[in-house]
Design a binder for this molecule. Structure first.
Ligand SMILES: [Zn+2]
Ligand SMILES: [Zn+2]
Ligand SMILES: [Zn+2]
Length: 155
């Protein structure tokens, strides 16, 4: 995942000006280790930067997605969310319980797909896939809950 410095570099690298508002949003993004919604980010921004308007926030999110600083994540349930991006081709491991996201920076598909795609005569193809599961922390929590259920509540 991009660090704030890498995000700033990526933004400047694209010739986009790093305005104080954009910089402030970058600073808040480090607090998210998984999928967050626009509302989550808005809540954080309202606390620290009440002057920042909703329209600016939406525009900046769109811009950051275009630059790859943020990535839009589709969720089976609820509205789509966002995660802090990462440079280069990669895939995601997503916890379906808590929304934690890990980047996987190797691609087992690339060689196989490349070969087939060339035969079909395509160029500049992209592919995406995410792996969904339950993270170790959520598994532990689940095991704890199950244990408590067997024992029953303490009287
Ligand atoms: Zn990613
Ligand atoms: Zn989890
Ligand atoms: Zn891939």
């Amino acid at each position: 995942m991009y660090t704030p410095d890498e995000m700033r570099r990526t933004i400047s690298h694209h010739g986009v000006r790093l305005t104080p508002q954009r910089s402030a949003i970058v600073e808040e993004l480090i607090h998210f280790s998984g999928i967050f919604s626009v509302a989550d980010l808005q809540k954080r921004m309202e606390l620290r930067h009440p002057d920042l308007g909703r329209a600016t926030l939406f525009r900046t999110i769109d811009l950051f997605v275009k630059l790859g600083v943020l990535e839009r994540m589709h969720r089976e349930e609820g509205e789509d969310g966002y995660i802090v991006g990462m440079a280069g081709h990669h895939h995601h491991l997503v916890c379906r319980v808590c929304g934690e996201v890990r980047h996987i920076d190797f691609c087992p598909l690339e060689p196989a797909i490349d070969e087939r795609v060339r035969r079909e005569g395509y160029a500049e193809t992209v592919h995406r896939f995410d792996i969904e599961g339950i993270c170790s922390r959520c598994q532990e929590k689940r095991a704890e809950k199950a244990k408590r259920k067997i024992k029953g509540p303490k009287a």
